[in-house]
Design a protein around this ligand. Structure first.
Ligand SMILES: *Cc1c(COP(=O)(O)O)cnc(C)c1O
Length: 383
């Protein structure tokens, strides 16, 4: 079977069954919905959007994303290089702490280098000269449902806090980055925090050319007041005469991917437990980190209840408990939705389980199997 240019029949469900499970299926038409919002924000507010690679790095859909976004931002040298090689356009490079050996390489391929601290800025400024330099600032206000992901949590190391320290290095930088949101769908909260930032950093902002407002603004969530956001961004940009950047990760790709799995066995321990050919621990790790259940499309609608669990030997490797319309049996297909953000980038070889393949449903409906992982990849991940 030729996996590279797999031509399915027009029936999506049937054709997808011809690819061996488990696999991630990225759907370009679903992706496009988010990308069109991004383009709309760009057109009506002037804010540029850079894909945050730490959330999503599946480069086989970059050719589509590139048409709607302005480039990438990264949290390490490897991500910077991936953005430069596979996405192109504008390449921003940030890291919580760069090492000296990375800085020259990152500097060669980046349009902007953003430092996390004044000490890193001072140390590496001579090596990064000629590039546009930025500083990450912790504004002290944030929005996050989880403390684990709160950029302004107690003792946060993310960004400069001391304003006087920052003012002393202002001549060295042309912009700053505030990343202070995580899945923030509350526009009023964002607006209030922008007021706070505008007021508290007015003098600094006046002397800059660009400001990145980071990621975590959930503008692609249904019902989000996108026009209000655009007006707010435009106002901010005009007031301080800065180019505004957004760094959407989750918002760029939300709801655009499924993890397609197959039931291998059904066991019973007071309840029915369906074991699938994937693993939450290895293939949707954030579920366990944030103690969430995976979403599945037909959950809650039927009378057949199963706990769906992964096949790693971790006792708590559970995707969730769902009500199915039909009894499950060995061979039943289960599709976990929303498997793009912070999912594929975190997959790992725990237990040596078969790594899900990566398939893409193109805009024209064709399904391409882009990558299949083998024993060789497992061996190659260690030595
Ligand atoms: C994580 C992160 C992003 C992307 O955040 P999302 O919540 O996925 O939109 C953008 N910028 C920085 C600096 C980040 O750390």
């Amino acid at each position: 079977m030729n996996f590279l240019a797999y031509q399915p029949n027009p029936d999506y469900n049937k054709s997808a069954m011809n690819i061996d499970t488990p696999y991630y299926l990225i759907d370009e038409r679903k992706l496009l919905k988010n990308l069109e919002i991004i383009r709309y924000i760009r057109e009506s507010s002037g804010a540029k959007s850079l894909l945050a690679l730490k959330c999503f790095s599946a480069w086989s859909v970059f050719p589509l994303m590139r048409k709607y976004m302005d480039g990438t931002t990264s949290s390490s040298y490897y991500e910077t290089r991936l953005g430069y090689e596979k996405f192109g356009k504008e390449t921003h490079s940030y890291c919580v702490a760069f090492s000296k050996s990375e800085i020259s390489s990152a500097s060669r391929i980046s349009d902007k280098l953003i430092f996390n601290s004044v000490s890193q800025l001072k140390q590496f400024y001579p090596l990064a000269k000629g590039k546009e330099i930025g500083l990450r600032v912790n504004p002290g206000v944030s929005y996050s449902y989880f403390d684990l992901a709160d950029p302004a949590r107690k003792f946060s190391r993310l960004g400069v806090i001391d304003k006087r320290e920052m003012q002393k290095v202002l001549p060295l930088i042309s912009g700053i980055m505030f990343h202070f949101n995580c899945e923030n769908c509350d526009f009023e909260n964002l607006s209030a925090n922008l007021d706070y930032i505008s007021c508290n950093y007015a003098d600094v902002l006046d002397s800059l050319e660009w400001v990145s407002l980071g990621g975590g603004i959930y503008f692609s969530r249904s019902g989000y007041p996108v026009d209000k956001l655009c007006r707010r961004l435009k106002e901010f940009s005009r007031r301080f005469k800065v180019q505004v950047y957004l760094e959407p990760g989750e918002s760029s790709i939300t709801q655009s991917c499924e993890l397609v799995t197959k039931v291998l066995d059904i066991v019973r321990n007071r309840i029915n437990i369906a074991i699938v050919d994937a693993s939450a621990e290895a293939h949707m790790l954030d579920l366990l980190i944030y103690r969430l259940n995976a979403k599945i499309n037909d959950s809650g609608k039927g009378k057949y209840k199963y706990m769906v669990a992964g096949r790693s030997c971790l006792a708590g490797d559970v995707f969730g408990t769902y009500n199915f319309r039909h009894p499950l049996k060995s061979g039943s297909i289960i599709r976990f939705s929303d498997a793009a953000g912070y999912t594929m980038v975190k997959k790992n070889w725990f237990n040596g389980l078969q790594m899900p393949s990566i398939a893409v449903k193109r805009l024209n409906g064709r399904i391409d199997l882009e990558r299949k992982f083998t024993y060789k990849d497992f061996v190659g991940s260690l030595s």
